[in-house]
Design a protein around this ligand. Sequence first.
Ligand SMILES: [Zn+2]
Ligand SMILES: [Zn+2]
Length: 182
Amino acid sequence: MFFTHDTEAALAFAAALTDTAPAASDSGDDELRTVAGLSDLLSRWGFSGRHDRDARELAEVREARDVLRGLWLLERDAAADAVNDLLAEAQALPRLVRHDDLDWHIHAVALDEPLATRILVEAAMAFVDVIRSDQMERLRICDADDCESLYVDLSKNGSRRFCTSRCGNRMAVRAYRARGED
Ligand SMILES: [Zn+2]
Ligand SMILES: [Zn+2]
């Protein structure tokens, strides 16, 4: 295991959220256009706490999606500044909590804070781990020409280049064909 379980889970959720954008989603559509789409994402990832199911919340989460994509691609020092800003803005206060059937873990904002705030702060807390263990280069964007999907490279030697094996295979076929045309 590279990071703690909750850090890896928070990073995976952040990547999944950013991957609802058209340039990164499986369908090629914006998969976060409706409240239903948001509810579906939250339940698939077991993201707990307040969920207002209204247009305002949806707009805020869509904004958070852009913020997280930007954060993911920053250099380490710039990412540290951005994380500090996010935590300060949300007046984050880390505390150990136990809820649902989860044992003690960290939340830095209360479960009844707005969803977008909690999404940003959970991601920022995960980035704290990534930055202080000097692993920012593990946060990647897919190398495929036509895919902007984000992923965490948890491989031993850090050599993963594609978001999924599907993209890897697609690019391998393309490279093979390009060679054949020479
Ligand atoms: Zn929790
Ligand atoms: Zn990809």
